[in-house]
Structures are given as C-alpha cells and as structure tokens.
Design a protein around this ligand. Structure first.
Ligand code: MN
Ligand code: MN
Length: 327
C-alpha cells in the first residue's frame, strides 16, 4: 500500500522510520501545496542568476533538504522545539517561469513571497545566491523598513557591476535605496577578504550600518558579536540573512566566493542562539553551492545553521502570538 505523503506520519513520530528514508523535505517537515494553516514556511529558491563568479547555488535547496534530514526535532542547547511550537511546513521551491532573466525572476520571487507573507506565514528560505534576499525583503518589509542581522564574508552593498544593478553583491544597497532596510538597525558580521576597490563596501559605512569585520569577531568573540547585534537590531522587526561564505572555507568549501579565515560552525551556532528574543520576521540561508562541496560539509553545516534560524523564528512567532492576545 502506498503511504499518503501529505499525512507524514513519520513527522509526527520521528522514530517511526529511519531519517534517511522517504522524500527529502527540509527537516522531514510535511510538504504543503497550499498556504493554509501554516506559521513558518521553509522555501527553496533554486536561483543563481545573480552570481558574479562561480555558480552552482541553484542546487543549494536540494542539497540542504537532503542534509537537513540528519537533524532532529529539539535544540538540545536551548530546549526550543520549533515543530512543536509552530506549524512548520516545506512549501517546496519558489517556482520561476523565467529563471534565466534576472529581473524577471526577481519579480517572480517577490510575487511568490507576497503571497506567503499575505497568508501570515513567516518565510525561511534556502538559496540560491544572495540576490534573492532583495525580492524576499520587498515582501517581508512591505509595511515598512526592517532591521537585519547579516552574517557574511561580504557586505553585499556594492553598486552596479558589468551593467547589472541586481547581482548578488548588491542586494542590501538596493534594499536601503528601496527603504526595505533601516540601515541604523543593520549589522554585518564576519566581513573580510580582498577587494579591488578600497571603497567597495563604503555604502555600508555611509548609510549607518554597523560593520563588524572578521578581525574584530576573532578578537572579541561570538558573544561580543551577539551583543552588538542585539544592540543594533533593537526591539523592532528583524530579518536574518546568513551567507554560508561567512564560515571558514575549511568548514564550508561549497560556495562561490570563499574568503580565508572565517567563522567556525560552532561559533555561528552559538552566535545565533545568543540572538533569542529579537523579533525575527524572516530569514534566509544563501550561497550553498553543492558542485564545489566536499563530503556534503557545506550543505550539512548550512542545514545546521538553518535549524538555529528556524528556532529563532519559531520563538519570535510565538512571542508575537502572546502579544496579540486571544481572538
Ligand atoms: Mn558572501
Ligand atoms: Mn552574500
């Protein structure tokens, strides 16, 4: 007899079947074809049309789904159980009719996310290259600018490059210009590497973002970075964007623009756990490029980061329900 996948008995009882069996969804969460009765939506965005160098992140969602089945249901460090506290579903991949037209694809991504947020669903996305964060923010920040905790080797506040305004090195400059981000409530953590232009990330500084470079991170530690993030983001709505190239290439080789000397996976997990209590309204994990990966290290560490972000979103979602009161 064929099991009915929509019922996902395995998900209700994770011990019912081994975790490596069945169709891979994010964390073995039930897949949903509709947007009804969902609190947090896990969404793949297999798009890498904004990449300026080595491509391959279009394969990211599949690889992260696959590796995420290794993860379990409860965060043993914090006790948070996101699947118990919120209705978490895998919404599949953001479908693109014209995946090879950068701006058309971004408009399609924006349309999809506007439906998701209109349904009251908190989106947690897996890219894809970092250009996807701009159309996602157009939906998430539709009612006003949000703050952002951005963990990345790069600020991604560059300008036009080779005639393109919307490549993966520029989404957060565009987001400030479009008033989707409040730069005074944005922190960028893990910044490092070489540049061709000493003013490459000058927009971040001039607009008022807090840039926390990798040297400061190493000298003062993850707890300092977390304290700074809490101070900068404050009490308003915050988006969390995690570029896997923030991690050291020894722990995340599968990415297009690696930079030596980055954050360890453990530091990233501890940094994220220290952000509990911020009002997160969405998040993404981007730039996992499986063709460059070694032993699934990058997609596995990415899935582990994704779980921490899911825990943050679930707690923030719950806190907002409490504030709204009954009815
Ligand atoms: Mn980066
Ligand atoms: Mn980036």
């Amino acid at each position: 007899m064929i099991k009915q996948p929509e019922k996902y008995q395995d998900f209700r009882d994770p011990q019912a079947h081994p975790r490596y069996t069945g169709i891979a969804t994010f964390f073995r969460a039930p897949a949903s074809q509709t947007l009804q009765d969902i609190d947090i939506g896990l969404i793949g965005v297999p798009f890498d049309g904004g990449v300026t160098n080595r491509t391959g992140t279009r394969h990211g969602p599949r690889a992260v789904r696959e590796q995420s089945t290794l993860l379990r249901r409860i965060n043993s460090a914090t006790g948070v159980a996101p699947f118990r506290d919120a209705r978490v579903r895998d919404l599949g991949d953001c479908w693109l009719e014209q995946p090879y037209e950068l701006q058309t694809a971004q408009a399609e991504i924006e349309r999809f996310y506007r439906q998701v947020t209109a349904a009251g669903i908190v989106p947690l996305s897996v890219g894809g290259d970092h250009s996807i964060s701009l159309p996602i923010l157009r939906a998430v920040a539709a009612r006003g600018p949000v703050g952002m905790v951005h963990i990345d080797a790069h600020c991604d506040t560059g300008d036009d490059y080779m005639g393109s305004r919307f490549h993966h090195g520029a989404p957060f400059r565009r987001a400030v210009e479009e008033k989707l981000l409040d730069p005074a409530r944005v922190i960028q953590i893990g910044i490092r590497g070489t540049t061709n232009d000493p003013d490459l990330w000058g927009f971040s500084q001039r607009s008022g973002m807090r840039v926390l470079p990798m040297d400061e991170f190493q000298d003062a530690g993850w707890h300092h970075a977390a304290a700074e993030a809490r101070r900068v983001a404050g009490s308003g709505p915050v988006y969390l964007s995690f570029d896997i190239d923030s991690l050291d290439p020894s722990q995340a080789p599968g990415t297009g623009t690696p930079e030596a000397g980055g954050i360890t996976a453990l530091e990233a997990l501890r940094l994220l756990r220290a952000l509990r209590g911020l009002d997160f309204v969405g998040g993404d994990l981007v730039e996992v490029s499986p063709p460059f990966d070694v032993g699934n290290l990058t997609s596995f560490n990415g899935a582990s980061v994704l779980f921490e972000v899911l825990c943050l979103l679930a707690e923030a979602w719950q806190a907002r329900q409490g504030q709204q009161g009954p009815g």
